[in-house]
Design a protein around this ligand. Structure first.
Ligand code: HEC
Length: 210
C-alpha cells in the first residue's frame, strides 16, 4: 500500500464528486424549473407590490426563446405594417424602402441599387436576429440617421414573429435557434470544463511515492 494506492483512492473520490456535480449541473440546465408549485412548508410574508408581480414580468422570454416558439402566420400579420414601403418576394421591386427578399442573415444595405441613407450604407453590419430585433424596436435609436420612417414595434413577441416570417423569404433560410440546442450546448460546456478539472486533479494527485 504505497502512496500510489492512496493517490488512486483520492482520485476515485474526486472523480465521483465531480461526476455528481456534472449530473446536478446538467440536469439543472436541462430542466429549468424544478421548483414545486407549492412549497412543502408555507411562510407567510406580508405581500408588497413587488412580490405579487406575475412571474412573466420578472423574467422576460429571451429573443432566442421567442424565435424558437415563433408563429410565422402571426408574423405575416405584423408585416402588414411594412408593405407600404417594402416588397418581400424574390425580385420584388423597391417601394419607399428596398426589397427585403433574403434579408435575414444578409449584410446591411443589401440591395446595391437602392439609395440608402449614409447611416445604413456605412453600417457594415449583418442583419442577425439580434440586429433586426433591435432595429425593429426603434429604427432611429438602433440606426441614428436612417431614413426608414417607421416608429417601431413595441412587443418583443410581435418582433420575433415578424423575424421568423421574414426568414422564410429566402432560398436558404437561416436556422432558427432551438431551446433544446441551448441546453445541450450548456451541458456540453459543463462536461468539458469538468473533465479538464478531473484531468488536472489526477495529474496533481500523481505525486511519485517514496
Ligand atoms: C415609411 C416607409 C417604411 C416602412 C413603413 C418600413 N420601412 Fe423598412 N425601410 C424603409 C426605408 C426608406 C429603408 C432604407 C433606410 C435607410 O436607408 O436608412 C428601410 C430599410 C429597411 C431595412 C434594411 C434593409 C437593408 O437592405 O439593409 C429593413 C430590414 C427594413 N427596412 C425592414 C422593415 C420592416 C420589417 C418593416 C415593417 C415592420 C419596415 N421596414 C417598415 C422604409 C420603410
Amino acid at each position: 500500500m504505497g502512496g500510489l494506492f492512496w493517490n488512486k483512492i483520492f482520485a476515485a473520490i474526486l472523480v465521483t464528486g465531480l461526476a455528481i456535480f456534472v449530473i446536478k449541473e446538467v440536469s439543472h440546465s436541462l430542466i429549468h424549473s424544478t421548483q414545486p408549485e407549492k412549497p412543502g412548508y408555507a411562510i407567510e410574508v406580508a405581500k408588497t407590490q413587488e412580490n405579487t408581480a406575475p412571474a412573466e414580468e420578472v423574467k422576460q422570454a429571451s429573443l432566442e426563446e421567442l424565435l424558437a416558439n415563433a408563429n410565422v402566420e402571426a408574423g405575416a400579420r405584423v408585416a402588414k405594417k411594412c408593405v407600404a414601403c417594402h416588397t418581400f418576394e424574390k425580385d420584388g421591386g423597391r417601394r419607399l424602402g428596398p426589397n427585403l427578399w433574403d434579408i435575414v442573415g444578409n449584410k446591411t444595405a443589401h440591395v446595391e441599387s437602392f439609395g440608402y441613407s449614409a447611416a445604413l450604407k456605412n453600417a457594415g453590419l449583418t442583419w442577425s436576429f439580434e440586429n433586426l430585433d433591435a432595429f425593429f424596436t426603434k429604427p432611429q435609436e438602433f440606426m441614428p440617421g436612417t431614413i426608414m420612417g417607421f416608429a417601431g414595434i413595441k412587443k418583443p413577441k410581435d418582433r420575433a414573429n415578424l423575424i421568423a416570417w421574414l426568414r422564410t423569404h429566402s432560398d436558404n433560410p437561416v436556422a432558427l435557434p432551438t431551446i433544446a440546442d441551448n441546453a445541450a450546448e450548456e451541458a456540453a460546456q459543463i462536461i468539458e470544463k469538468t473533465s479538464e478539472a478531473v484531468a488536472d486533479a489526477i495529474d496533481s494527485a500523481e505525486v511519485p511515492s517514496q
